[in-house]
Design a protein. Structure first.
Length: 384
């Protein structure tokens, strides 16, 4: 059974060599634009590619503003600061996520609260969120949502669009609005993914993207904050050392961050962004092949939720149980075809073992079964 899966994956990539989980593809103007920054000497914090990358990304996502930063984790950190998260606050997120989501909450000296995901979307469940809030929270006279137990402010909620599949955004927007909680989307994995025709990362107060080497497009390392004009302007200011514009004086009127994306990286991003539509078309084609093939060998593919168009960043399969999961991971990796289990649930990591949490039955069910399969854009795929 795994032999035919391995053969199928090798056919997709037309190779007998090692097949990684996800690697970037550079076959546009990457070399040209990066060399242009070197020739211009503007490789660092000033340059035209940062501006262009921000404008192009705002246009692509239909976000009023897009602010480029050094990585997706920094984007999340700034997003939470802009949402007003202060030390001692609670921030709701998923136990089933990459650790960066929780780390950004910790950087604000806030505490994560882990809520279950939906088995269908792999994203935060509005039903589980509502259940936890009804049991544990109230809205005070000052309009803030606080815990009944110890009156901690529940300031924000950070759902994550797992593997590029959009979470139930209508549901999450509604619960957050009724409970006076600010919505910040971790869209690190979902560039090019749409929920009911609208780009992920544009449903809440702020959204964040990542351009790490393993994402749909890469700048080497990089991230983006998506927001409206007012918050976007403040994001730019805070991530560029909180410097007030002045012809020559160094006026910094609060603690700022040096989180700006170097022009060198932005040049790579501009060249990658030109190919994004083609990458997504190729990734959706690969996903369609997996979805057709996997049931033939008794495996259940992970499919985009209804009303969504996923970028299929990472393809995944849901095994029968943990035993089958181990067998699949073992057989494929021994054969030089890289596969990986989904992340360990956040509350099982030492840093977050004390975190508050709701029921996590669905997260636990998925943790025991999900395996990611090679998902790079096949180098031989026809690119638009
Ligand atoms: C990649 C990723 C991030 C950000 O990662 P960086 O490496 O800091 O760009 C954040 N959250 C999730 C879910 C991710 O997959």
């Amino acid at each position: 059974m795994f032999d035919s899966l391995i053969r199928f994956i090798r056919d997709q990539y037309c190779t007998n060599e090692f097949i990684p989980l996800h690697v970037p593809l550079f076959r546009g103007r990457e070399r040209e634009l990066v060399l242009d920054t070197i020739d211009s000497t503007f490789v660092s914090s000033v340059g035209t590619y940062v501006d262009r990358f921000e404008k192009d990304m705002a246009a692509f996502t239909a976000s009023p503003r897009a602010v480029a930063v050094v990585n997706g984790t920094a984007a999340l950190h700034i997003a939470l600061k802009l949402a007003g998260v202060v030390p001692g606050d609670l921030v709701i997120s998923q136990a089933l996520t990459f650790v960066a989501t929780c780390n950004a909450i910790s950087y604000c000296s806030a505490e994560p609260v882990f809520i279950d995901v939906d088995r269908r979307t792999l994203g935060l469940s509005p039903v589980a969120l509502e259940t936890w809030l009804t049991e544990n929270a109230r809205i005070d006279a000052d309009g803030l949502c606080r815990t009944k137990l110890d009156a901690k402010v529940i300031r924000a909620c950070v759902p994550m669009h797992t593997f590029g599949h959009p979470a139930d955004l209508d549901g999450l927007v509604d619960v957050c609005r009724r409970w006076h909680i600010l919505l910040v989307e971790d869209a690190a994995e979902s560039l090019g993914s749409y929920y009911k025709g609208q780009h992920t990362g544009t449903f809440g107060l702020i959204g964040t993207l990542s351009f790490n080497g393993n994402k749909v497009i890469t700048t080497g390392g990089g991230g983006m904050v998506l927001a409206d004009e007012v918050i976007g302007t403040r994001a730019k200011y805070l991530t560029t050392t909180a410097k007030r514009p002045h012809p020559y004086e160094y006026v910094h009127d609060e603690v700022g961050y040096n989180y700006r994306l170097p022009n060198l990286n932005a040049a790579l991003g501009c060249a990658q962004l030109e190919q994004l539509e083609g990458f997504i078309a190729a990734k959706r084609m690969l996903a369609a092949h997996y979805i057709e093939f996997l049931p033939q060998v008794g495996l259940m593919p992970i499919v985009e939720p209804d009303d969504c168009r996923s970028n299929y960043w990472l393809n995944g399969v849901i095994c029968e149980d943990a035993t089958q999961r181990e067998a699949l991971i073992g057989a494929t990796n021994v054969a030089g075809v890289m596969t990986r289990p989904i992340w360990r649930l956040m509350h099982t990591l030492p840093a977050y073992s004390q975190a508050r949490r709701g029921s996590l039955v669905e997260s636990e069910w998925l943790e025991a079964r999900v395996v990611n399969l090679p998902s790079s854009v096949p180098a031989l795929a026809p690119i638009a």
